[in-house]
Design a binder for this molecule. Structure first.
Ligand code: NI
Length: 391
């Protein structure tokens, strides 16, 4: 790993302090008012231009633009989770029941660091870097809010990252194509006919339907998805009945579907519906499905993935090909609009995302800052030559 004398010339202690301040005061999706105020303060302190887009929380800023040229965007998510922190860290959350358990404090601090570093060389930038501090990623709603605000207009490519606990510090996980899953949710309501438990023939038992559904739905992945593709269906909630001697008239199932490919996603959703209808009918019941549509799969642009590899080579960090993650990430929503690259920064954590004792190795902060500073320069070079620069 290269020395963190940082390539970028900014004080790492300061960046760590910013990350810890964010960690101490986590805010949930769409409630990131204090977080936004803090980010604004830090950016203004470094004379980074804060832009005026209509966002209730979250913030857009810009560096560069002194030289005419392309606009590229870097995005960090800023929200926290409804989890009571149990990390034991000296800078643990002071907001009860809220925690930066996905490391978005790290993402935010890293992007502030990149803003500081790019500001130092602003006159040399061959275009504009738009910095997107996005709210509400955990609810998969924030990217759309940013797009609706107009902040993506004129942007030619977007870059973002997630910390990755299972990768060592100094590694960058870069992969073209699918990286994270489409994350859809479902609620199935089975309606039957209640009866005395001793006289089931007088009713239509929704519990029998629900029980068959839990197993029949597993056939969608095992029988309808190619062995070369992947998908997951998990029923995570099953509720019916109130009494030991009454057959109820209703059963409820909830869960999630994860897929990495639009075609597989459509096929799974279609077969899911057919299995639900068919099984319900087989037992004389009816069923309805309410979909909770999540973000599409994160799907990385091949040319931008090459830029990502070039930035790793230039900064001396180790690029590795990561395994895709079945978690969802609303960065994918930007990639429906413009080319994008989402990657993993190794943070050598002891716990996975969303764990109450989640933490990360702060030595990954300078890695992320120097890496993204270089990536932004390369992306501006690339687009200022019409996207045709040889890589
Ligand atoms: Ni996250």
């Amino acid at each position: 790993m290269p020395s963190e004398a940082l390539l970028t010339g900014i004080a790492i202690e300061r960046m760590i302090d910013i990350r810890r301040q964010l960690h101490r005061y986590p805010e949930l999706s769409n409630e990131e008012y204090e977080t936004t105020r803090r980010i604004r303060g830090w950016l203004e302190e470094a004379r980074v231009r804060v832009k005026d887009y209509p966002l209730a929380t979250g913030l857009i800023a810009e560096v560069g633009g002194i030289q005419e040229g392309p606009v590229i965007a870097l995005r960090a998510d800023i929200d926290a989770l409804p989890i009571q922190e149990k990390s034991g860290l000296p800078f643990a959350s002071l907001n009860p029941g809220k925690m930066h358990a996905c490391g978005h404090d790290f993402h935010t601090a890293a992007l502030i660091g990149v803003a500081f570093a790019l500001k130092k060389q602003e006159s040399r930038l061959k275009g504009t870097v738009r910095l997107i501090f996005q709210p509400a990623e955990e609810k998969a709603k924030g990217a759309k809010l940013v797009i609706d605000s107009g902040a993506l207009e004129g942007v030619q490519a977007i870059f973002g990252m997630h910390n990755k606990p299972d990768l060592p510090v100094g590694t960058i996980g870069i992969k073209e194509g699918p990286l994270m899953a489409a994350a859809d949710g479902f609620l199935v309501k089975v309606e039957g006919k209640g009866s005395h438990a001793a006289v089931p023939e007088a009713g239509n038992d929704p519990i029998v339907t629900a029980a068959h559904l839990v197993t029949a739905l597993q056939s969608v992945v095992s029988r309808n998805v190619s062995s070369l593709s992947s998908a997951v269906i998990s029923v995570t909630k099953l509720h019916s009945g109130e009494s030991w001697n009454v057959i109820p008239d209703q059963a409820l199932l909830e869960g999630t579907i994860r897929t990495f490919d639009d075609g597989v996603r459509l096929q799974v959703l279609k077969r899911f519906g057919q299995v639900v209808d068919g099984v319900a009918a087989a037992f004389g019941t009816t069923a309805s499905i309410r979909w909770i549509e999540g973000p599409p799969p994160v799907n990385n642009d091949a040319a931008l993935a090459k830029l990502g590899l070039a930035a790793a080579a230039d900064t001396g960090y180790q690029a590795i090909t990561p395994n895709p993650s079945p978690a969802g990430e609303d960065f994918a929503v930007y990639q429906r609009e413009i080319p994008g690259l989402f990657l993993f920064i190794g943070t050598a954590g002891t716990q996975e995302w969303h764990h109450p004792a989640f933490d990360l190795d702060e030595r990954a902060l300078p890695v992320s800052i120097s890496y993204f500073t270089r990536l932004a320069e390369l992306a501006l070079d690339y687009y200022s030559t019409g996207g045709g620069a040889s890589l």
